[in-house]
Ligand binder design. Structure first.
Ligand SMILES: Nc1nc2c(ncn2[C@@H]2O[C@H](COP(=O)(O)OP(=O)(O)O)[C@@H](O)[C@H]2O)c(=O)[nH]1
Ligand SMILES: Nc1ncnc2c1ncn2[C@@H]1O[C@H](COP(=O)(O)OP(=O)(O)O)[C@@H](O)[C@H]1O
Length: 197
């Protein structure tokens, strides 16, 4: 089926991916659909099973991997994450732009598939600001915060590599970052909106 091109958002934990994509999905209701990943991490307050993630045990995750249900999976900060084929198909069946939020390993693995998404990296202005935002978010223990910062250093290095991303957005001022994100997606957005007419 040739629907709209999916969009992969990647970048360090705390860079602002969820904030930006939630804003996008709110402004363009009925245009985007989120690919709900599987994860073994615990839900945060306010997160809903089946909406933010499918929260599963390691056993369940391994079962999904063994049954070939995932297009990619990775270990991040001590937890497993993965994208199921059905999470993407559910969105594409509705002719929506499928948004995936995956780490840099996910980006590499998705490049080996035939998904053909637009790859966008969201980056923080600096490590210091990233750390401050993660602390202010109050979702992490000191241990998981340190693991995320270590992963962020690696992500920031790898994302500089030529040709990995179609666009790198530095999320300094939120409104500016959001406008940049919108402008790169506006063609696909318009296609979906036209198809609805
Ligand atoms: N490879 C891969 N990474 C994922 C997937 N879902 C989420 N992630 C990444 O896992 C990392 C941690 O996500 P999360 O625990 O929600 O923390 P947060 O990014 O700090 O909000 C982020 O870099 C996500 O982009 C997935 O299905 N596959
Ligand atoms: N441009 C920005 N300026 C200040 N704070 C921001 C900005 N973008 C995001 N934040 C805040 O930083 C934290 C991390 O953002 P979040 O969207 O959860 O990141 P990610 O999904 O990439 O882990 C959140 O508390 C969010 O409100």
């Amino acid at each position: 089926m040739s629907g709209p091109r999916p969009v992969v958002l990647s970048g360090p934990s705390g860079a602002g991916k969820s904030t930006l994509l939630k804003r996008l999905m709110k402004e363009y209701e009925g245009v985007f659909g989120f690919s709900v990943s599987h994860t073994t991490r615990n839900p945060r307050p306010g997160e809903e099973d089946g909406k933010d993630y499918h929260f599963v045990t390691r056993e369940k995750m391994q079962e999904a991997i063994d049954n070939n249900e995932l297009i990619e999976n990775a270990e991040f900060s001590g937890n497993m994450y993965g994208t199921s084929k059905s999470s993407i198909e559910d969105v594409q069946a509705q002719n929506l732009i499928c948004i995936l939020d995956v780490d840099i390993q996910g980006v590499r693995n998705i490049k080996e598939t035939d998904l053909n998404p637009i790859y966008i990296s969201i980056q923080p202005p600096s490590m210091e600001i990233l750390e401050q935002r993660l602390r202010d978010r109050k979702t992490e223990t000191e241990e998981s915060l340190q693991k995320r910062l270590e992963a962020a250093r690696i992500d920031m290095e790898l994302s500089k590599e030529e040709g990995v991303f179609d666009l790198v957005i530095i999320n300094d001022d939120l409104d500016e970052a959001y406008e940049k994100l919108k402008s790169v997606l506006i063609e696909e957005i318009q296609k979906v909106q036209d198809a609805k007419k």
